[in-house]
Design a protein around this ligand. Structure first.
Ligand code: ZN
Ligand code: MN
Length: 497
């Protein structure tokens, strides 16, 4: 079954079932584990390093040997709070607990995590489209080691043997539990993009999905449009890229709508995304709550950061992506949801754009260049004063949009002034009567095409517009302004009718 997406005004999105024509809403809540960018692990002095020789960054503490005791890493708390405050959470006194279960990648047979008293609670994250996604909590916990199943398909079933690397055991994590406020696969991807930008801005994590330092689980459910209660959800694991995240949500929504429309019910369970097959598969059932026998970690005291510490973190908070978008949109006089604003901040070019606007560059024009012509290296070092000069030349009609693009590219590589480059390239303002003369000459050369252009249907006229524009560009060595050419052609056509 295919689902089509329809935005509904003032609401989120609905999916329309092809079979019944009914409208359904997708509800997604994301849980993100991110590894903190500390030098050492959470409770010991072992290096927190990705990609080292297996089992070289280990000690009695992170191997869980008897008699070893954990010592909390100050920098973990600092980064966790920085992230929490960036997500508008309140920092609360917290308690570490033991989450007991057996798995070979976890040498202690329990994971130290924060359970009923997490450090960061009740915040939010604003998406570029204006949606506010609630954050239930962002707590500290330790990572496990890594199993590698050799032989067979790489899964434990059918493997010849398994290897365990404990370098990752005890690496600090923050688990960010988002509220179910996401309504579309693309929105889920945007949420991760935005979260990643916050992690990078605060220095909390390098947030590399491909290296596993940012891992996403998606809780997906569907409900009929108008229903206020949440449907039964499935938790999809193993989402290693944004592409997988979007595809998995889409697949799950389709699967669940199919089941519900045929009168079946959704079983609450963990499901694994199979990227190759493009589908999710059932994992363990969650119908009965797992009993992790949580209890307070007896080897660690409760954590209560002082008000001064929290205030110092707030004072040192760098401008976050949402605030940077607000500032740029205001300066440029455009809506904060404009793609060019979002892209400028993503590319770290918002400071350049702001300085260029301050130097007199037209806001909209500056943003257009940032969005379309400044994706490469070196753009960030562009001189705002000369960038503003270029935009002014362009708006004054001395340069066409195409010429401005060429000049800008040259400015990025050479750092020279736009008027110097334009003169060197022979980009000179073309006098409008000169251009009209050239156009009239070319019309006279091709009377048949011209007659077809004047009387033909839209399709034919479009084709012939290209024919004449091409000739004019050739005759003027590309110096004619495309918009001016179109205007002259149109006025000549109107006059001939
Ligand atoms: Zn260690
Ligand atoms: Mn967790």
């Amino acid at each position: 079954m295919t689902l089509t997406y329809e935005p509904i005004e003032g609401e989120h999105f609905v999916v329309v079932s092809e079979t019944t024509g009914d409208s359904w809403e997708i509800v997604v809540g994301l849980e993100v584990h991110c590894e903190l960018a500390t030098t050492t692990k959470l409770f010991c002095g072992c290096p927190n390093m990705f990609g080292d020789e297996p089992n070289t960054n280990v000690c009695p503490v992170c191997l869980g040997l008897p008699g070893s005791l954990p010592v909390l890493n100050h920098n973990v708390v600092e980064l966790a709070m920085r992230l929490g405050r960036a997500l508008h959470c309140s920092v609360e006194p917290s308690v570490f607990a033991r989450k007991n279960y057996f798995y070979p990648d976890m040498p202690k047979d329990y994971q130290v995590s924060q359970f009923d008293q997490p450090i960061n609670v009740d915040g939010w994250l604003d998406l570029p489209d204006g949606t506010r996604v609630g954050i239930e909590r962002a707590h500290i916990e330790e990572d496990t080691g890594k199993n590698t199943h050799a032989g067979g398909s790489g899964r434990i079933h059918g493997a010849d043997y398994s290897l365990v690397d404990y370098n990752r055991a005890g690496v600090p994590l923050v688990e960010i539990v988002g509220r179910p406020h996401i309504r579309h696969p693309e929105q889920a991807k945007t949420y991760i993009d935005e979260l990643r930008a916050i992690l990078l801005t605060t220095g909390a994590s390098d947030a590399k999905m491909e290296e596993g330092s940012l891992r996403v689980d998606a809780n997906v459910s569907v409900r009929r449009v108008g229903d206020t209660e949440l449907g039964t959800r499935c938790e999809v694991k193993n989402l290693n890229s944004l592409r997988s995240l979007g595809r998995a949500i889409e697949y799950e929504a389709r699967r669940q709508v199919d089941l519900l429309e045929t009168g079946e019910r959704i079983k609450q369970e963990t499901r694994h995304w199979d990227e190759g097959a493009g589908r999710t598969r059932a994992g363990r059932s969650k119908e009965e709550a797992e009993d992790y026998r949580y209890f307070q970690e007896p080897d660690l005291v409760p954590l209560a950061p002082s008000a001064e510490w929290i205030a110092a973190i707030d004072a040192a908070m760098p401008p976050l992506p949402a605030a940077r978008r607000d500032a740029l949109a205001l300066a440029a006089g455009v809506a904060v949801t404009e793609t060019s604003v979002v892209i400028a901040v993503q590319r770290d070019l918002d400071q350049l754009a702001l300085a260029t606007i301050a130097a007199g560059g037209d806001g909209k024009r500056v943003l257009t260049h940032v969005e379309h012509n400044l994706s490469g290296e070196g753009a960030v070092d562009l001189n705002p004063a000369t960038f503003a000069q270029l935009v002014t030349l362009e708006l004054g009609g001395q340069l066409t949009a195409t010429q401005a693009k060429t000049v800008l590219a040259e400015m990025v590589t050479s750092g020279r002034a736009p008027d110097v480059i334009a003169a060197e390239l022979g980009f000179e303002a073309m006098d409008s009567s000169e251009l009209e003369g050239i156009v009239d000459g070319l019309i006279a050369e091709s009377p048949e095409e011209w007659a077809d252009f004047c009387t033909g249907d839209d399709k034919k006229r479009g084709k012939l517009q290209g024919f004449f524009t091409g000739k004019i560009m050739k005759a003027t060595k590309g110096q004619a302004d495309g918009k001016a050419v179109a205007a002259i052609l149109e006025s000549r056509r109107a006059a001939s009718l």
